[in-house]
Design a binder for this molecule. Structure first.
Ligand code: FAD
Length: 771
């Protein structure tokens, strides 16, 4: 599976873009860009234009006038339309009632109602919610009583979007009050001009109108207006609400809003400089952009999975919740970008001091507070997520693997299951070096040390994906073997070493006979790749003298050789330094997550000329590429720890009882589980983005995406690790129980090669320099 568009998708996007460019009337685009609530004529007019191309009901089956587009093509289509300023279509008609009619309706209903929708001739509104039936839709009270061949409807609907210009309203009505609430509901079609039907618009907090109340006072409709069977309305409503998996994430709108926000931040001034150059604002903007990258990746990932194979995991609820929250965050930033003019009340067409780029911003901000309420309030989404998780067996968010990758994953997971229970792990931590050395030989035999190395030195020519699979399983097991640092050091030798260095060292590395460690971090550098105070000075005899202090060198006490970065006269050098070099002293310690690490002091340590990897002129890009790969490996390791932390917590909440019931029954705890899971699912999508970025030929783009992933996943890790402890109560804080150890691992991962804040900063700098 890939998130990257293929050539057919790129061509499809170009075709849509061209059609929209040449057919969307500019005055409609202008009105829709600057209005919060749509105009009936514009929205239906645009549907008519699309109908001329056969695209007005693209998501419907071909036999009913739709297209054979994939879900991803529909996403691209929506994105292009929105990007160009096209108005929303009548979503209630095209995405909601239309599919119900062609799936459950009679042939007569299909002939009567579908063609006008396709041709953009009628407006449909959705009459589900009532004053006393909001989230709990099954409690609708509006009644429809059979009287001859007519139903007589009495009651009230509320929040009926755009009912004031609707031709038809599809409603949930109670036709049988004597059965279980869900079984007594029917789905009925009501003309908006029926006698006894009154529509009263409601002004929303932005000052605009699209919400309405609808009153039914003995409204008569023919019995043929009932869709499907009486009493099956609840089934149809569930079908309708689940019909669109991912549009609710509002990714195209979010992308558009974020681009608009950046544009505003370039034009708006703050204390004498561009707002985008203001670090506090820029960092919020960068954070929103990173978060949106994750939501978008989750949506693309979901769209790539055929509908009938959709995973059991509640992905639609995840992207709806985070997508709507982001929509609100970005609109809030837009409003703040306007400074004092964010306070001005928006009135369509009225003159105002607000700059052109921000006319309707405040109104949008206010109106879209509803994004977390409509289409299933976010609290309800959290209920759905938690209920799904609690009913499931532990399940990874990892995409299904195929071929060699599937075999590798299976073998690593099997090894971990056989060798790395938490009890085993506790013993390994106590044993330290001897346990690691035993496992190291096994890793070599299973080929795990060679996955990323070139074939000519005994490697498998694999790459980040294979490393990620191994590291993820290790993260889940909280393994203490210094795999990541070894693989990084070996990769540097492979990429930058001379033929002699590669052939001398890497075969021995693959067989487990040579252990490496990567000595890059220094006190105060906090991950900055070229902040190196350690120096290598030419000694006048063709060799070098090393001086300096390296910090948190994981696995140094086991290593035979260190790969050390040092400043040289004309840049940065990387050196191969045997651990028994004179002038090298180690201070060994254990990290909070049970690993062995050291600080290393070089005091006039002599090293031969032949120990240099590559040249100072060429080494930095290679170092950056290797560190980007290491960031990916760390993110994969964090995924493993987060998923295990989640499922450990779920199991605990199911069994632990307080106040006479399982903790899992408390909604406050369910929502916290949902919040953990949301971050994990989005992290998984971000990890996929990172994996693809590693192949990006543009090094700057690659590093920027890796920073985004490190930031997102490490922030998720902080949250998931801490929540796992909190939801366990006292036991979570004990050393002898596993829950607290995930936080420790996740915290150490965060610190390595720059923490989440550091990478946010890098991402922000790159964003500003592009602005
Ligand atoms: C802009 C907008 C457009 C809309 N358009 C339409 C439309 O066209 N047609 C239509 O039929 N409806 C429409 N709605 C209605 C919408 O579906 C409801 O507002 C929504 O279902 C919530 O119902 P409620 O407003 O009655 O809030 P309530 O259900 O009363 O909820 C109030 C708060 O309590 C929370 N809550 C409720 N139950 C639970 C629970 N079990 N666990 C935890 N928290 C809970 C909610 O999440 C919310 O935060 C629209 C709403 C808005 C805001």
């Amino acid at each position: 599976m890939t998130l990257q568009p293929n050539s057919a998708e790129i061509a499809f996007r170009a075709e849509v873009r061209e059609f929209v460019r040449t057919h969307l009337p500019p005055e409609i685009a202008e009105r829709s860009r600057t209005s919060v609530h749509g105009f009936r004529d514009d929205m239906l007019g645009w549907t008519r234009i699309l109908a001329s191309k056969g695209w007005s009901v693209a998501g419907w089956p071909v036999e009913y006038g739709g297209t054979d587009w994939t879900p991803l093509q529909r996403h691209i289509f929506e994105e292009e339309c929105l990007q160009a300023g096209a108005p929303m279509n009548n979503m209630q008609a095209i995405s909601l009632v239309g599919p119900v009619i062609y799936t459950f309706g009679s042939e007569e209903q299909k002939r009567t109602y579908l063609p006008p929708i396709i041709r953009g001739e009628v407006w449909w509104a959705q009459g589900f919610s009532e004053p006393n039936a909001g989230s709990d839709l099954a409690s609708v009270r509006t009644r429809a009583v059979l009287d001859g061949d007519e139903y007589v409807i009495d009651g009230q609907k509320i929040w009926t979007s755009n009912a004031h210009f609707a031709d038809w309203i599809f409603c949930l009505v109670r036709t049988d009050p004597n059965v279980k609430p869900q079984q007594g509901i029917s789905f009925i079609l009501v003309p908006a001009d029926a006698d006894g039907l009154t529509i009263r618009p409601i002004e929303s907090i932005d000052g605009g109108i699209s919400l309405c109340e609808v009153f039914f006072d003995s409204v008569r409709v023919p019995v043929t207006n009932l869709v499907g069977e009486p009493g099956k309305g609840w089934t149809y409503a569930k079908f309708l609400l689940g019909n669109e998996r991912t549009w609710v994430a509002e990714v195209p709108r979010n992308n558009l809003n974020l681009a608009a926000l950046k544009n505003m931040a370039r034009q708006e001034m703050s204390r004498g400089r561009r707002l985008i150059d203001e670090p506090t604002f820029a960092s919020r903007l960068a954070q929103a952009e990173i978060d949106l990258l994750a939501v978008e990746a989750a949506v693309l990932r979901d769209l790539a999975i055929p509908h009938d194979e959709a995973r059991a995991l509640p992905i639609a609820s995840v992207v709806k919740t985070r997508g709507s929250e982001l929509l609100q965050d970005v609109l809030e930033m837009q409003m703040e970008a306007l400074g004092v003019y964010g306070a001005v009340q928006y009135e369509e067409g009225a003159s105002s001091p607000v700059p052109a780029h921000g006319q309707e911003v405040t109104a949008s901000f206010l109106y879209r507070r509803s994004a977390s309420i409509y289409a299933g309030a976010n609290e309800i989404q959290r209920n759905i997520i938690a209920k799904t998780l609690l009913a499931m067996d532990p399940q990874s968010t990892a995409p299904a693997a195929e071929g060699d990758m599937a075999m590798l994953r299976e073998s690593v997971e099997r090894w971990v299951a056989d060798h790395y229970s938490f009890v085993d792990r506790t013993r390994y931590v106590a044993e330290g070096t001897s346990a690691i050395r035993t496992h190291w030989k096994l890793f070599a035999e299973m080929g795990w040390l060679s996955v990323g190395l070139s074939g000519d030195v005994g490697g498998f020519d694999g790459g980040a994906a294979e490393t990620g699979v191994i590291l993820e399983a290790m993260g889940g097991a909280l393994a203490i073997e210094p795999l990541a640092t070894n693989l990084l050091a070996a990769q540097l030798i492979d990429k930058a070493g001379s033929e002699e260095q590669r052939q001398r060292l890497l075969p021995a590395f693959s067989t487990g006979d040579l252990l490496l460690a990567f000595a890059q971090e220094e006190p105060g550098a906090r991950g900055q790749i070229d902040r190196i105070a350690t120096t290598a000075t030419e000694d006048g005899n063709g060799g070098w003298t090393l001086d300096g202090h390296k910090a948190l060198v994981i696995g140094a006490s086991l290593a035979d050789m260190l790969v050390v970065t040092a400043r040289v006269a004309d840049g940065v050098g990387i050196f191969l330094v045997p651990t028994d070099t004179p002038g090298l002293t180690r201070q060994d310690y254990r990290t909070i997550d049970g690993r062995l690490a050291s600080d290393i002091i070089f005091d006039r340590a002599p090293i031969p000329a032949s120990s240099m990897l590559g040249t100072p002129q060429t080494i930095l890009p290679i170092l950056q590429e290797a560190i980007d790969a290491a960031l990916y490996a760390l993110c994969a390791e964090a995924m493993g720890s987060m998923e295990k932390a989640l499922w450990t917590t779920i199991e605990y909440l199911k069994t632990r009882r307080q106040f006479g019931q399982a903790l899992a029954e408390y909604q406050v705890l369910q929502h916290r589980l949902a919040d953990m899971y949301m971050r994990i699912e989005l992290s998984r999508a971000m990890l996929m983005r990172a994996a693809e970025a590693l192949h990006d030929p543009d090094a700057d783009k690659r590093s920027k995406m890796l920073s985004a992933a490190k930031n997102f996943i490490c922030r998720a890790g902080r949250f998931v690790g801490a929540e796992a402890i909190q939801l366990h109560g006292g036991i979570g804080i004990t050393e002898e129980y596993v829950a607290g150890h995930y936080l420790k691992r996740l915290k150490v991962i965060d610190m390595l090669h720059g923490n989440a804040d550091y990478h946010l900063n890098l991402y922000m700098q790159a964003m500003i320099s592009e602005a």
